[in-house]
Design a protein around this ligand. Structure first.
Ligand SMILES: Nc1ncnc2c1ncn2[C@@H]1O[C@H](COP(=O)(O)OP(=O)(O)O)[C@@H](O)[C@H]1O
Ligand SMILES: [Mg+2]
Length: 360
């Protein structure tokens, strides 16, 4: 069935499209795509590392019923790609547009939208076959991407719709934090956690892209990409594309990757810590201001400081006081507080803690 569907998508639609659009402009269009889109999995089989959900979706592609779904997990792990690929395989490219409603956080999703848009779409009944005669499931799919940004009343309204339209509609909620989805919704869905991609899997995908794009690169550069992206394949692919552009015909090096990712040189972090441990407040202020002025993101400095502090010879109590402050600073930075002041306040706590004698 897999191969059958794949064949159908590629053969029945692509040639027609190619004929209608001039060859060269179609080619250009493909080239202009960001690589995250270009290399988005086209079918569920291409989704790496998320075996559970792939197994369930493959069952429903073979004709079993599809439950309401809730995908959650960190960014860039394949949530959006997985449901889009599954829907495309279920309906084929033509019906896809009529049977799938995709709403994103950027769309207005207050209670009014759920009441009208989602409900209207959910109420349409659908036939159980495609125009090309192939069978397709007698339901539609509503994808609510970034569902955790929906207000609680809107989620409650959704719950009712989900229940009433269960004969004709399946929902797929996607979010980063499952704790922000109200319980009545989570209990109506099959939940799937998307894991951060393993280093090896990321490396394989990146190497495949390098190969297809005919890039020149050092081994270390790919390892660096994996390291800086923290299990987020979207980030890794985006960095790779920037690195490729920056390097033009030359080799992509580890250095290029580190520069693009905005990683603070470890020496700079060391220096900052040494000033916290031994320097004066005046010196600290100047150093922090210099780092921010150099354009390093405060969140990046924060995350590297965190890793560095864990390695330091401080007592557990000192480390916990510092990391607690880091959590507060992290939250303030997300809320848009001043980078300079936040970093300075964190460094002051490090300074204060490190001057206290180790007493446990
Ligand atoms: N599990 C995966 N298998 C294959 N590619 C993936 C996977 N996760 C992410 N990607 C790549 O990262 C990009 C972003 O994935 P996406 O599904 O939008 O992530 P999410 O919705 O979880 O934030 C995709 O275009 C794809 O190239
Ligand atoms: Mg997504």
């Amino acid at each position: 069935m897999q191969a059958f569907l794949k064949g159908a998508t590629v053969q029945s639609v692509r040639p027609q499209k190619d004929k209608t659009t001039a060859g060269s402009s179609a080619e250009k269009k493909i080239k202009a795509l960001p690589w995250v889109e270009k290399y988005r999995p086209k079918c569920v089989d291409e989704v790496a590392f998320q075996e559970e959900v792939v197994a369930v979706l493959k069952k429903s592609l073979e004709g079993a019923d599809l439950p309401n779904l809730l995908f959650y997990g960190p960014p860039g792990t394949g949530k959006t790609s997985t449901i889009l690929a599954a829907a495309r395989e279920l309906y084929g490219p033509e019906l896809f547009r009529h049977r799938v409603l995709e709403l994103n956080a950027s769309d207005e999703r207050g209670i009014q939208v759920v009441r009208e848009k989602v409900k209207n779409f959910a109420q349409l009944t659908v036939a159980g076959s495609r125009s090309d005669g192939k069978p397709c499931p007698p339901f539609k799919i509503i994808i609510l991407d970034e569902a955790d940004s929906m207000t609680a009343p809107a989620q409650a309204a959704l719950r009712r719709t989900m229940e009433k339209e269960s004969r004709t509609t399946r929902f797929c909620l996607i979010c980063n934090y499952i704790s922000r989805i109200i319980e009545p919704l989570t209990s109506r869905c099959s939940k799937f956690r998307f894991k951060p991609l393993a280093n090896q899997i990321q490396e394989e995908r990146l190497l495949a892209i390098c190969d297809k794009e005919k890039l020149k690169f050092t081994k270390e550069s790919v390892a660096a990409l994996v390291k800086v992206s923290d299990g987020d394949l979207r980030k890794a692919i985006t960095f790779l594309q920037s690195a490729a552009r920056l390097s033009a015909d030359k080799q992509i090096t580890e250095q290029t990757v580190i520069e693009i990712a905005g990683v603070v040189p470890p020496k700079m972090i060391d220096n900052l810590l040494q000033i916290c441990f031994k320097g004066t407040f005046e010196k600290l202020e100047v150093t922090v201001r210099d780092m921010v002025d150099e354009g390093y993101a405060a969140t990046q400095i924060l995350s590297q400081l965190h890793d560095a502090i864990i390695e330091q010879e401080l007592s557990d109590r000192q480390k916990s006081a510092i990391t607690e402050k880091m959590a507060v600073v992290g939250k303030c930075l997300t809320d848009g507080a001043d980078e300079n002041l936040q970093l300075l306040s964190l460094c002051s706590v490090i300074m204060q803690q490190s001057t206290q004698t180790h007493n446990n």
